[in-house]
Design a protein around this ligand. Structure first.
Ligand SMILES: Nc1ncnc2c1ncn2[C@@H]1O[C@H](COP(=O)(O)OP(=O)(O)OP(=O)(O)O)[C@@H](O)[C@H]1O
Length: 273
């Protein structure tokens, strides 16, 4: 179990995280949602042990995360950051092998098996010999997704998989494939937390949703409860229409209504619709 206890982070008088108490159970895919600047990446960085708290703490299986040995932490969690490196002068297979850095000294064969398995899962075999910096943005994102799978390969559950907007660069097929892979890691017993902007994808794959707003956690719960909540419209400052999801009896799909004030202002400025 990963949990936060009254977690605060202040920077130059600005509250990035305010009094966050939340629990992330293993075996579940957790979706972290909320508008731009609401604190999702800050919370993810704190959960990864990469952002210290001003007050409060993050605990892993009851132990303060900041007390874990760096080597243990490096093996425990795999992190896919929001901003991907564009220029790595390496072949794809070498970028994937970077996922095994926390396992320095392991047998070559083990590393090769981890790389092969992740390349298969992400259909990267045809690109393994290509240079990373000569790939498209979506292909690079797939390599980075594979790198975190390489890192988790063979890791006893529960480990920790933290993905910051993993679907941002992907076409529809890979958006679904990416979240299906994340869900499979959750089903293998890991704690999986994904920052997501697409609320319908979030509702389709997440077991729990956590809504951030202004550095606070507004709501945690089953996707249908969070997506039906008026907190959602308030947090995003827009009205959503809810329609029944034909594939999931308890589920809900969201349609954003165009904001009339924005449209009118743009029209007055000469924009064509
Ligand atoms: N390095 C930093 N130093 C100080 N403040 C920061 C830093 N990074 C982010 N912030 C601030 O913290 C707040 C939360 O930012 P964060 O990146 O966590 O939001 P987010 O929900 O992930 O946003 P987005 O959806 O736009 O990626 C914002 O007000 C942002 O300006």
């Amino acid at each position: 179990m990963l949990s936060t206890h009254h977690l605060h982070r202040r920077d130059a008088g600005h509250n990035r995280l305010q009094g966050i108490d939340v629990q992330f159970a293993p075996g579940r895919l957790h979706g972290l949602i909320g508008p731009n600047g609401s604190g999702k990446s800050s919370l993810l960085a704190a959960l990864a042990g990469d952002l210290s708290s001003t007050e409060g703490r993050v605990a892993w299986l009851g132990q303060d995360l900041s007390h874990l040995a760096p080597r243990h932490l490096a093996r425990l969690r795999a992190v896919l950051p929001q901003q991907l490196p564009a220029s790595l002068p390496y072949r794809v297979s070498d970028v994937l092998a970077l996922g095994r850095l926390p396992y320095a000294g392991e047998a070559r064969q083990t590393r090769a098996t981890a790389v092969r398995a992740a390349a298969e899962q992400t259909e990267l075999q045809p690109l393994l010999a290509r240079r990373y910096d000569a790939l498209s943005g979506g292909q690079q994102a797939r390599v980075q997704l594979a790198r975190v799978l390489v890192q988790l390969h063979g890791q006893p559950a529960p480990g920790l998989l933290l993905l910051d907007e993993p679907t941002a660069y992907f076409d529809p097929r890979w958006q679904h494939a990416c979240l299906a892979l994340a869900q499979a890691q959750a089903r293998a017993g890991h704690v999986v937390i994904c920052v997501l902007h697409d609320l319908n994808l979030a509702s389709q794959y997440a077991d729990r949703l956590h809504l951030m707003d202004g550095g606070r956690l507004r709501q945690s719960g089953a996707p249908e409860a969070v997506l039906n909540s008026p907190w959602l419209d308030r947090a995003y400052d827009m009205a959503f229409d809810r329609v029944a999801d034909p594939q999931h009896p308890a589920g809900v799909m969201l349609r954003g209504r165009p904001d009339f004030a924005f449209a009118q202002a743009a029209h007055q400025n000469g924009a064509q619709f």
